[in-house]
Design a protein. Structure first.
Length: 275
């Protein structure tokens, strides 16, 4: 039963279906892992949600920052941005079903020695601790008091984890690390203003996966979120956001042997220009 991990789709349904055909995906025997950000900025967020949802247990997807943004907007807790393209979900006849399915996706998925997360893990977290913390967020996001979480979800502080954190501050650090982080310091302090690649590392920080001797070492972390990083496959990490939305590629990696599959993409905005 091969498992294929797929990078950020962000509403690019045509490329997703082309990639699924490219790998010869068989839902009866294969599985797909999605690193999150199924929606937004691309042309068909609703189509992507319907397709992944239709796969049932053959697909696992974790929540990304754009997925959370859609949920926030749908609950009236956040306004649409000019660059957002999720109106098709908000106007869909099956809106409620799609959003409820999305809300119940995990923040973290752990299977054997592989971890699926959208952005990253703080160096002080073991896999076991990260799973416990993710479950706390998932419970809050799907519970009757979810609006309370949403009203306090956004913000860059606290910027690092402390075991004594409680309430909204505790959940916010977990959400920020797992859905927004790119760089952190050796003591796990996160930095959110820089979005470049490895040639633009802010002073005093490093890519979260290069902090020496993290507590999660020994596992392989599969993630996306960082299109400027591109495809990066190392012993203990697989970075899979290859900028499909921006005309790069949509990437899948077969986890069993790390074979890479890609389909070329065009920036969807270019398709709207007069021919």
């Amino acid at each position: 039963m091969p498992t294929y991990a797929i990078g950020d789709v962000q509403g690019c349904s045509h490329e997703l279906k082309s990639l699924v055909d490219r790998i010869g995906f068989d839902p009866a025997n294969d599985r797909l892992w999605f690193v999150g950000d199924l929606v937004n900025r691309g042309p068909d967020s609703a189509g992507v949600l319907r397709f992944v949802k239709s796969l049932g247990d053959a697909a696992v997807t974790v929540l990304g920052n754009h997925d959370l943004h859609l949920l926030m907007v749908s609950e009236g807790m956040e306004k649409l941005h000019k660059s957002d393209t999720v109106q098709d979900v908000l106007d869909a006849p099956d809106r409620g079903e799609l959003l409820e399915w999305l809300r119940h996706r995990p923040l973290l998925h752990v299977e054997k020695e592989k971890v699926l997360v959208h952005a990253g893990l703080l160096p002080s977290w073991s896999i076991e601790k990260a799973a416990i913390l993710a479950a706390e967020v998932e419970k809050a996001l799907t519970g009757k008091d979810r609006h309370d979480l949403m009203a306090n979800m956004y913000g860059n502080k606290p910027s690092c984890w402390e075991d004594g954190l409680e309430g909204h501050a505790r959940l916010r650090v977990v959400i920020n690390a797992m859905t927004r982080m790119r760089f952190c310091s050796t003591d796990g302090r996160m930095e959110f203003s820089h979005k470049g690649g490895l040639d633009k590392i802010p002073e005093g920080y490093m890519p979260w996966f290069e902090v020496p001797h993290p507590s999660w070492s020994g596992a392989t972390v599969v993630f996306g979120h960082w299109s400027a990083l591109g495809l990066l496959v190392r012993k203990h990490i697989m970075a899979l956001d290859t900028g499909c939305l921006w005309g790069g590629a949509l990437t899948a990696v077969r986890l069993e042997d790390r074979q890479v599959f890609q389909v070329s993409c065009r920036a969807w905005a270019d398709l709207m220009l007069p021919q």
